[in-house]
Design a protein around this ligand. Sequence first.
Ligand SMILES: Cc1cc2nc3c(=O)[nH]c(=O)nc-3n(C[C@H](O)[C@H](O)[C@H](O)COP(=O)(O)OP(=O)(O)OC[C@H]3O[C@@H](n4cnc5c(N)ncnc54)[C@H](O)[C@@H]3O)c2cc1C
Length: 556
Amino acid sequence: MSTRKPLTDLATHRVTNQPSPLENFNAFDTDRALHEGLKREAHGHGEDRARRLGEEVGSEQTIRSGHLANRYPPSLHSFDRFGQRIDEVEFHPAYHDLMRLGFRHQIHSIPWQDEPKAGQVIHAALIYLLTQAEAGVCCPLAMACAAVPSLKKQPELGAEWLPGILSDQYDSRSIPASEKKGLTIGMAMTEKQGGSDVRANTSQAVPVSAQGPGKEYLLTGHKWFCSAPMSDAFLTLAQSGGGLACFLVPRWLPDGSRNRFFIQRLKDKLGNRSNASAEVEYNDTLGFLVDQEGRGVSTILEMVDHTRLAAAAAGAGLMRAALAQAIHHASQRKAFGKLLIDQPLMQNVLADLALEVEAATALFLRIARGYDDSKRDAGAGLFRRIGTAVAKYWINKRTPAVVSEALECLGGAGYVEESVLPRLYREAPLNGIWEGSGNVVCLDVLRTLKKQPDSADAWLAEIEKARGIDSRVDCCVESIKRMLVSLTFDEQGARRMVEGLALCLQAILLIQYAPPAIADAFCATRLGNDWGHAFGTIPSGFRLDRIVERARPETL
Ligand SMILES: Cc1cc2nc3c(=O)[nH]c(=O)nc-3n(C[C@H](O)[C@H](O)[C@H](O)COP(=O)(O)OP(=O)(O)OC[C@H]3O[C@@H](n4cnc5c(N)ncnc54)[C@H](O)[C@@H]3O)c2cc1C
């Protein structure tokens, strides 16, 4: 579409009061919460990288690529024209452009580079940014990144695969990994009879000859969800003689022929439409055992642990994208003689949404720092073990509500595809489901606290840091402390418990680092119960204009 100014004087009327599109802005430089949070949690590292990506994310070209990649979703070619199996998925060129952009910015590899420091915080910040332009490609980028710790458990597989995964070059060709310039890795756990309960997996693996770590096995069975099915290999769970095990299943065999990786069909999904998610069948499919037989769950959980962090960051990114659109629209659209942003009730809605985004951003960045710190500090490892689940759960519980409310701020225009809001709305529930749905994640927190009391201590040490600044926060810390010491919650109360942990940590982060207007309004509403049941119910007496101004996508 031409970028030249359109005609506004039409035959029957003049087009007025229509906001400009939000494009050609820097999504990093215009996001104060991210800007300050990255500086704080990454100790000053990664700013230039985030700025470069932010420039591209806000560019008209990348926004258009995101639109095209979703408008023309991938299609499956099970067979070639001669009826021979190829099991290939074709994507719109815009999808490949976005994948290339992700590789170029090293989103998939930054935590595993020697430099810079704070790689996990930077990775999470970049996922948050790219999600705002297009969420679908963040799935393969996050999985490639997250597969690294699992692959390192099997040194010879690591030596073969890691250089390709850590490459800066995206290579979309469907050819053996050894001939490619860059590689991606998917994961295949979920089966028809059970996704959360992976121990119910029925796929079988038998050794080709010798058994044990790194050896060849043949896998037979199915996977009910397998995203990014054009990945070069998949970490796959299957039952072996020694119990559930994790295998690396390549798309191609060592002799250069196709592995027996049969894509049955692609899911017709609510959102995430640029990305393919497949049903797959294995039938004597070659895989290499990663780690020991019987250790499949713990091996693949290394990957899940990292993708959960990405899911938390992505949820925050979706909220930020929706909020930026809402504020931008309200800054230019007039109703009843005033800009929407100056209408007191609209200001309340926007400010309430901004509090949510600021708190989510502070939370995921703090948890990401736990990954970087855990290289040196065992306590940080325990803190982030719980914190990742807490952040993934809570941020993604807030996302659909925030995106829906932001959509309404645009009125009817928000309900129309071109506004981007419908795409964000369809995407919003997803990060709450994959990598552990809400209940499963909350039960995971409960289990960890009960099994590893040290993790409760690590959490307490973190929330004690902000004692004495705000009486509402002190009160909340006391109640969390009582809860963690006695662990009164059973399974039925697990969501309530995790929600409490999340809100308390968010308040503590805001009270220490956010402007007083934000921290005060957050504590009054989220901790003090002076709040309604919908957004836009912050009580009077708060500087809502300041809260909204801080979140404006144009202001820095
Ligand atoms: C778009 C998309 C892409 C995906 N891509 C992949 C992929 O690439 N690889 C892959 O392996 N999987 C993938 N998944 C699958 C996803 O991880 C699972 O759907 C998810 O883990 C839930 O499993 P399930 O669908 O079998 O639901 P179930 O396990 O049947 O769970 C259903 C509901 O019950 C709840 N529940 C489960 N156990 C309990 C309990 N003990 N107490 C209380 N509540 C409980 C869950 O929280 C959930 O709400 C994808 C899913 C989607 C939607």
